[in-house]
Design a protein around this ligand. Structure first.
Ligand code: R5P
Length: 301
């Protein structure tokens, strides 16, 4: 097996290759003055199983385009299989039509990936369990939740905590982590978004958080508003402290500043997305999914 990395998350790709006792295989990514990319695989891959690691983080379109071209380069070089690990699958929140006239953008991405030659997809903590159905090749859905459960076990005493889903869509995730922790209690925030602007309209709380340390668990932090406003609501409802755990640190706009200056004690994310140095902040803690990714790839050789 040979492992290649796109340019969005080389740090994670090197760690995963290391865990597989491999080095990243060389690929030349040349950027023309107008921004177009020329990609050349610099190793023989004829009849070799290949893996490409590329997160579809900001800027998602550019990172996807690079991935499409890398897959094509491997296919034309005769690779036996082309598995792609997209630790953060961009566009996954657009997996169905919300309003008349909209595209199903995730389906467009899925069709291109398969058409250019992807033979299997690996990804972490997908927004919905139905997402694999959008792809016509096998999808391996990996998760950071066991890592989060281990950390929660280590850092908190069970009698003091309550898990919180930041919206109704996250209940499945909360149930899963509550079960990993031995069925501890959870509460749910009812968050309503405006479908045109994407802004959060209003929210309420189901469940009791009084006197507890509330731990919000989500799949991603984009602008940070869900977490910041959720933390305020939990404090208003009597929570002592609020911690947040989210797999994907998308960190759009000024999310990192909002989170640092919020009522949240600590923000735990993973390295499915490489957080650039300008988005690091003192409350942030990053745990690595490299081991989980390497095991997932090994199990599906
Ligand atoms: C939405 O359903 C997701 O699970 C996240 O809660 C959401 O994408 C977070 O977005 P933001 O950080 O912009 O509030």
């Amino acid at each position: 097996m040979k492992v290649f990395s796109g340019s969005s998350n080389k740090k994670l790709a090197s760690k995963i290759a290391g865990k597989l006792n491999l080095e990243l295989s060389p690929v030349e990514i040349f950027v023309f003055p107008d921004g177009e990319k020329r990609i050349r695989i610099q190793e023989k891959v004829l009849n070799v199983d290949c893996v490409i690691i590329q997160s579809a983080s900001i800027p998602p379109d550019e990172n996807y385009m690079e991935l499409f071209i890398m897959i094509d380069a491997l296919k034309r070089s005769g690779a036996k299989s082309i598995k792609t690990l997209i630790p953060y699958l961009g566009y996954q929140r657009q997996d169905h039509i919300f309003r008349d006239g909209e595209a199903v953008s995730l389906e467009v991405i899925a069709q291109i990936l398969v058409k250019v030659g992807m033979t299997e997809l690996f990804s972490f903590d997908l927004h919905s369990p139905k997402i694999p159905e959008v792809f016509s090749v096998p999808v391996h859905h990996l998760s950071a939740l066991p890592l989060f459960a281990e950390k929660i076990k280590k850092d908190f005493s069970f009698s003091e905590i309550v898990l919180v889903s930041p919206d109704m869509g996250g209940i499945r995730r909360i149930k899963e982590i509550a079960e990993l922790l031995g069925n501890i209690p959870y509460a749910t925030i009812n968050k309503n978004r405006d479908l045109t602007s994407g802004e959060i309209n209003d929210s309420g709380l189901d469940g009791d958080v009084r006197g507890k340390t509330a731990i919000i668990v989500d799949d991603m932090i984009s602008t940070g508003k869900t977490m910041v406003e959720g933390a305020e609501l939990l404090m208003e409802n009597g929570a002592e402290k609020v911690f947040v755990f989210a797999t994907h640190p998308v960190f759009a706009r000024n999310a990192s500043r909002l989170l640092q200056h919020s009522k949240i004690e600590r923000v735990v994310v993973t390295d499915t997305i490489d957080v650039p140095s300008f988005n690091l902040f003192p409350k942030l803690e990053i745990v690595s999914v490299a081991q989980v990714a390497a095991e997932g790839l090994k199990a599906n050789l």
